[in-house]
Design a protein around this ligand. Structure first.
Ligand code: ZN
Length: 464
C-alpha cells in the first residue's frame, strides 16, 4: 500500500535526467522511496487508498535540498565573528570557540543547525567536520534528515597566523586513527541516513602523510574525503611559503585529486590547477554567503561558472552560522546574482544551474546521487514543498524564477525525508523547537565567558 500520496501540486521541479517540470503533479511514496511520479490524473486511481494523502494545491515541489558544506559545530557562534579579517575570524573567534566546545554544547549546536536546515527545506547536509561528530550524528539521527559526518583532522599545528587550541593538536597517527574510528562507527547509521567520511581541515595545516593516508582510507572504505581549499589569498600564500607550490598543485603532486575528493571554496586556483581539477573530476562546493561575510574573495576570484560549464559537480553550501545566512534558498539567490555582478554578464549563472547545485549536484558532491538529489521513481523520498500562497511567490509565471530570485526558506511548508514527514504546514513533527531555544539560552552565557568575547561583540550603539 502507498504510504503517502502527494497530489495536485501546481508544479513539481523534478531535476530528473530530462529536467522535467510537472504541472498538476503527484508523487507516490512507499517504504521511504518514490514509487511513482507524474500527473495526478494518471496516478490518482492507483494510489487512492494511500495511508496519507497530501493536497499540494498552491505548492511548488522540489527534491529535498542538499547543503554541501555546513559546520554544525558553529551554530552557537552566530554573531561572534563579524567584521574581522580571515586571520582574526579563525584565530581570535572561531578556533577559541570551537576549541572550548563541550560535548553538550556540540549536541545543541548540531540540533539548532538541523532545525534551521530543516525549516529551510534541507534534507541532507555535508558536515564540514567537527571534534564531536557523534553529537552531530545523534542530532541528525533523532530529527530524521541525512548527513555526512567527519572528524576534523590537522597535524601541522605551528602557524604563522596564531596559536591553535589544545584540542586541535594531534599527531598524524592520532588524527588518522580517530578519523577511521568515526567512519567505522557511523557510516551507515540510522537506517543509512548518516554517512561518515574523512576530512583534513585545510591543506596548509596538513602534512603530505596525513593527506595521502586519509585519501587511501577513503578509497578503501568507499567514502569521500573533504577539505577547505583555496578560499583566500592567505591560504594560497601559506601553501607556497611552506610547500613551494599552491594548494591544488600540491594535491596533484601527492596524487590525491580524484572523484571522491570534495574541495570546498576552491576559488584561488590557477589555470593549470583548474585543468587538473577538471581531469580528475573532483567535487566542489561554493559558499557565497561566507565569502561575502568574511571578504575571502571567492566570488571575485571564483571559477564556479567555468567548473559548471565543464561539467564538474559543484554544490552549494551555507558554511556556518557565524557568517549569518543558513538558508540554501537565499544561498541560491546569492550564487545566481554575484557572478552576474562581478563578470558583468547576466547569462553567466542561469537559475536552472543554481537549482542543480542545491539538488542533484549536491548529491553528486555527497557521492549519493543514485539515491537522492532528484524526484524520480526508485529514489529516496526526500521532498520539499514550498507554499506559493505567500507574497514572495506571487505572481507565479515560472517557478524556477521565483524560487531562485525571490523565495526564501521561510516559504518552505512541508518537508519529507526518507519517506517520513518531518515538517508539515511549518509544524515540526520530530523536534521540540522550544526546548532547543531554552537550551541555547542556558548555554549562551558560558560560551561568552569562556571565549572572552563579550566586550568585542557588544552592539556599537548604546544599549540602555
Ligand atoms: Zn567551512
Amino acid at each position: 500500500m502507498t504510504d503517502i500520496f502527494i497530489r495536485d501540486a501546481d508544479w513539481i521541479i523534478t531535476v530528473d535526467a530530462q529536467r522535467r517540470i510537472i504541472t498538476s503533479g503527484a508523487i507516490a511514496i512507499r517504504d521511504g522511496q518514490i514509487v511513482e511520479i507524474g500527473k495526478t490524473n494518471d496516478l490518482e486511481q492507483q494510489h487512492a487508498s494511500a495511508r496519507r494523502v497530501i493536497d499540494a494545491r498552491g505548492k511548488v515541489i522540489l527534491p529535498g535540498l542538499i547543503d554541501g558544506h555546513m559546520h554544525s559545530a558553529f551554530h552557537l557562534s552566530r554573531g561572534l565573528a563579524d567584521g574581522v579579517s580571515a586571520q582574526k575570524f579563525l584565530f581570535e573567534r572561531m578556533y577559541p570557540y570551537e576549541g572550548l566546545l563541550t560535548e553538550e554544547e556540540s549536541y545543541w549546536s548540531a540540533m539548532l543547525c538541523v532545525l534551521e536546515l530543516l525549516r529551510n527545506g534541507v534534507t541532507t547536509f555535508i558536515d564540514a567536520g567537527t571534534y564531536h561528530p557523534h553529537q552531530t550524528a545523534k542530532a541528525v539521527g533523532e530529527v530524521g534528515i541525512r548527513c555526512i559526518v567527519a572528524k576534523s583532522a590537522l597535524d601541522i599545528t605551528k602557524s604563522s597566523f596564531g596559536k591553535l587550541p589544545e584540542r586541535f593538536i594531534e599527531t598524524t597517527d592520532q588524527a588518522v586513527e580517530r578519523a577511521e574510528k568515526v567512519v567505522q562507527e557511523w557510516n551507515g547509521a540510522y537506517n543509512g541516513r548518516i554517512r561518515a567520511w574523512f576530512q583534513f581541515r585545510g591543506i596548509p595545516n596538513s602534512t603530505d602523510q596525513l593527506i595521502t593516508r586519509l585519501k587511501e582510507l577513503a578509497d578503501r572504505y568507499g567514502t569521500g574525503v573533504q577539505t577547505h581549499a583555496c578560499f583566500s589569498r592567505d591560504t594560497m600564500e601559506a601553501s607556497k611559503t611552506q610547500f613551494g607550490v599552491p594548494e591544488i598543485e600540491r594535491l596533484h603532486r601527492l596524487g590525491v585529486l580524484g572523484p571522491n575528493l570534495l574541495l570546498v571554496h576552491s576559488a584561488w586556483v590557477s589555470p593549470h590547477e583548474l585543468q587538473w581539477m577538471i581531469e580528475s573530476d573532483v567535487k566542489i562546493v561554493s559558499s557565497p554567503s561566507s565569502s561575502m561575510h568574511n571578504g575571502y574573495g571567492c566570488i571575485l576570484m571564483g571559477k564556479i561558472p567555468e567548473f559548471l560549464e565543464m561539467g564538474l559537480a559543484v554544490g552549494l553550501g551555507s558554511d556556518h552560522a557565524s557568517s549569518g545566512i543558513v538558508d540554501l534558498v537565499q544561498e541560491m539567490s546569492l550564487e545566481a546574482g554575484v557572478y552576474k555582478e562581478v563578470r558583468l554578464n547576466t547569462g553567466v549563472m542561469p537559475p536552472e544551474r543554481v537549482i542543480e547545485m542545491a539538488t542533484i549536484n549536491g548529491a553528486r558532491c555527497a557521492l549519493w546521487e543514485k539515491e537522492i538529489g532528484s524526484l524520480e521513481a526508485g529514489k529516496k523520498a526526500d521532498v520539499t514543498l514550498f507554499n506559493t500562497r505567500t507574497p514572495q511567490w506571487q505572481p507565479l509565471y515560472n517557478p524556477v524564477s521565483n524560487l531562485v530570485y525571490s523565495a526564501t526558506g521561510g516559504s518552505v511548508d512541508t518537508v519529507i525525508c526518507d519517506g517520513k514527514i518531518l515538517m508539515e504546514g511549518r509544524q515540526l513533527q520530530t523536534v521540540d523547537e522550544e526546548k532547543i531555544y531554552d537550551e541555547i539560552a542556558r548555554l549562551m552565557p558560558g560560551i561568552l565567558k569562556k571565549t572572552n568575547l563579550e566586550e568585542k561583540i557588544r552592539p556599537k550603539w548604546p544599549v540602555i
